[in-house]
Design a protein around this ligand. Structure first.
Ligand code: ZN
Length: 397
């Protein structure tokens, strides 16, 4: 296999130009510009690289950019993907859209999460093009919108695309990430009885009863969830997020509402969590006939896991070892990623992205050396993967 020479200057330039574009997600920050300018820049850059580019228009003008390099034979197809949007720039301590390079790091909003990963994809394609590579299988680049809010971009993408594997370049700190946790949002409500504050034998205090629910939540986390182990994801967890209740100082509260978030292991689903809560609330009602509460599952995103001997993982491991001179560390990410949607659509996905810091924080930067190494690893993986014969003929884009 060839070691592809990455044009480090061009790759850094790609990154700097992308960081200079404001692509704050407007679903997070009303009035923010979103991904359109990124989509225009990527369309031009991918066209200049000789790829066929289409823009997939989503709801409210939110675009995905899909760039294709057609293969000349029947090798396996691969998707290289990442999100164009970033979180808010509020409370940042550095100019968000004026990329600055210092001691091998590039600073700015989105440098780490995840324009560094997007630059690695572009750097890999440039390296392959510069080296005269002619793919046997199809290479598809997908730059998606809205990952930081509802993942509308990848949801749309997976409906219209079929590929044999994917590399997602979220910042994995140069580890090969093969698992991440999911999450579930639930609402718990306690029902009391409203009464004048003086009427101690009439009123039922829904807020005090919620205290028992909070006690059950701490117990569930400490005694039940802490015992569920995963080699890469450690354990599932739960926390209380938002609470509301009360009618006035001199009134027994009639109801109290608590919204909570569970973080799930890949084999856990919202319905399992719902059953756990029904059990816990049932126990509290048995202890006190005046205790009334119910629980509702509002939203869930399952986690993701791929076997560490899956073909795409092996391909990435080989390409990584070739470039880095050492076997990659396998990792899991505690946060949720779009790979869950890709995996659920039947696309085996592995995550590799550069190191850095400050995703969603006041100072954000990415390690440029990692961005360049990632590009070399992706180029090597693309060469290996697309030269493998396809196992079963799937429909392509
Ligand atoms: Zn991200």
């Amino acid at each position: 296999m060839t070691r592809w020479a990455v044009d480090t200057e061009a790759t850094t330039q790609y990154l700097a130009e992308m960081v200079a574009i404001n692509s704050v997600n407007p679903s997070l920050v009303p009035g923010a510009p979103g991904e359109m300018q990124m989509a225009e820049w990527l369309t031009k850059t991918c066209t200049d690289l000789g790829l066929n580019v289409i823009i997939q228009h989503g709801t409210h003008g939110r675009p995905n950019v899909i760039a294709t390099w057609l293969g000349k034979g029947s090798g396996r197809s691969i998707l290289l993907t990442g999100h164009m949007d970033t979180v808010s720039v509020e409370s940042m301590d550095i100019p968000p859209f004026e990329p600055r390079i210092e001691e091998g790091r590039l600073y700015g909003r989105g440098a780490f999460d995840m324009k560094g990963g997007l630059a690695s994809i572009l750097g890999a394609i440039k390296a392959l093009k510069d080296g005269g590579f002619e793919p046997t299988g199809r290479i598809i680049l997908a730059f998606v919108c809205d990952e930081e809010y509802a993942s509308a971009g990848t949801e749309k993408l997976v409906k219209e695309i079929k590929v044999d594997a994917a590399i997602l370049t979220e910042p994995s700190e140069m580890k090969l990430c093969i698992a991440h946790r999911g999450f579930a949002w639930l609402t718990l409500t306690t029902q009391g009885r409203a009464a004048h504050g003086s009427l101690f034998d009439e009123g039922v205090d829904a807020i005090a009863h919620m205290g028992r629910v909070l006690g059950a939540l701490e117990k569930m986390d400490a005694e039940t969830l802490s015992k569920r182990h995963h080699p890469l994801l450690i354990r599932p967890s739960v926390h209380a997020s938002l609470i509301q209740g009360g009618l006035g100082l001199s009134t027994f509260p009639d109801a109290c509402t608590l919204q909570i978030e569970h973080r799930l292991l890949p084999n856990e689903r919202g319905e399992n969590i719902l059953a756990l809560w029904r059990g816990a609330l049932g126990k509290l009602s048995q202890e006190d006939p005046q205790f009334h509460a119910d629980v509702r599952l509002d939203f869930e995103r399952p986690g993701y896991e791929i076997a560490d001997n899956a073909p795409i993982v092996q391909t990435m491991r080989e390409a990584f070892t070739d470039v880095a001179g050492k076997i990659p560390e396998m990792s899991g990410m505690l946060a949720w990623l779009d790979s869950a949607l890709l995996g659920a659509a039947g696309i085996p996905t592995v995550i590799l992205g550069p190191g850095g810091a400050g995703a969603h924080a006041a100072v954000e930067y990415v390690e440029l050396g990692d961005v360049h190494n990632c590009a070399a690893i992706i180029a090597g993986a693309v060469e290996r993967w697309t030269s493998l014969p396809r196992e079963n003929a799937q429909l392509q884009v």
